[in-house]
Structures are given as C-alpha cells and as structure tokens.
Ligand binder design. Structure first.
Ligand SMILES: CSCCC(=O)C(=O)COP(=O)(O)O
Ligand SMILES: [Zn+2]
Length: 190
C-alpha cells in the first residue's frame, strides 16, 4: 500500500484485532514510515486506543488514530483495519460529501456486493478527537459497507484480516477512480 502511494510521508496506519474480551488491537506505532515497518513497530492498545501496560517496546506511542481503529473493530467486528491517505478517496469525498455512490460495477464483488448493487461509502468530517470521529463513524455505519471516508484526510477500510482489508482497499481505489473519471475528473486518475 505504501508502494501505491497511499501512505506518503508517515501517513496511514494499520491494526489487527488480537482479542475481544477485553478488546485488544495491535496497531502501528505513530510517526513511522509505513513502508518500512518491522515486527517491533506495533503497540498493543485497548478499546480506547490507549497503550496497555507491559509493551515489548515501551518507547513507541500508538498511532494517533488508534482510537478509531478500536471503535471500528468494536462496532464492525473487524479483524483488521487499514487507514490510507488515498487521493482518489479524498477527492471523491470532497466531490460527494453526502456519500460516494458506487454502482453497477463488477469490482463491487471485491467488497462482498453484487455487480448490480449500489454501495454508498459514507463521508464523515475530520476531527483530531478520536471519540468525535468514532461517533461520526458509528452514526454512518452500515454493516454491508466496510469503509468510511474521512473528509480531507483519508480512507478507513476493514475486513476479517489484513489481506481482505487490503484487497478491499485496492478495489475501492479502482471504484473511486472509475467513478471520478466517469464524472469528468479524469485528471485525478491520470
Ligand atoms: C502526515 S500523516 C498525519 C497523521 C495521519 O493522518 C496518519 O495517518 C498517520 O498517523 P500515525 O500517528 O498513525 O503515524
Ligand atoms: Zn491519517
């Protein structure tokens, strides 16, 4: 995903759900180049996204967005969450702030939908407060849509594991790029 330009600079973050009772996630540490992660660059967090005691690497802070990962894991039952700063998602969210409508495309099958389905990816306002962002996500949540765009920020996608979450992220990029191009925004996808 970093190689596809979706995690430029130190943007983006990843998590895997380790347990549900209590909720525990392994989330990427904050401020790192996500294209150069090593096995020790993860922090175990609780349901609020706070680091739990006795970390293997106590010098690292969890992602600034760990609280939203935890909320998505709790509400959607996700096994893994991917957050990317994907240009196509952010531009689509800017163009269609009421939600990005994806319809009648074979690639929808990559998100567990039928090719003739209509899927609306919600767009929520950005916030530096993960509780505010989490509330906005939860208000927009539809169990059949495993993604949310955070306006002028990026995209969250989830799945049963990291591989499924990544495949869904790849399909969404294609769908956003197609939808933008089909609506006259060819320069974004060139
Ligand atoms: C230039 S990235 C700004 C922060 C952000 O949106 C992000 O995705 C990365 O934050 P993290 O704390 O997970 O490194
Ligand atoms: Zn971000």
């Amino acid at each position: 995903m970093a190689g596809l330009g979706w995690m430029r600079g130190t943007s983006g973050n990843l998590s895997v759900t380790l347990g549900r009772d209590p909720l525990r996630l392994a989330v990427t540490a904050s401020g790192l180049d996500k294209g150069e992660l090593s096995a020790s660059d993860v922090v175990v967090v609780d349901e609020a996204g706070a680091a739990v005691p006795d970390q293997p690497n106590p010098d690292q802070r969890p992602s600034a967005e760990a609280g939203l990962h935890a909320r998505i894991a709790a509400v959607a039952g996700a096994g893994a969450v991917v957050h990317v700063h994907m240009l196509s998602a952010v531009v689509a969210g800017q163009r269609w702030p009421e939600g990005v409508v994806l319809r009648d495309l074979e690639m929808l099958k990559g998100l567990g939908r039928r090719d003739d389905d209509v899927m609306t990816v919600p767009v929520v306002p950005n916030s530096q407060d993960m509780r505010v962002l989490g509330d906005a996500f939860e208000a927009s949540f539809d169990a059949a849509t495993p993604a949310v765009i955070v306006a002028r920020h990026g995209l969250y996608v989830w799945g049963r594991d990291l591989v499924q979450a990544r495949h869904r992220t790849e399909c969404l990029d294609w769908l956003f790029r197609f939808t933008l191009a089909a609506n006259g925004f060819q320069e974004v996808v060139a």
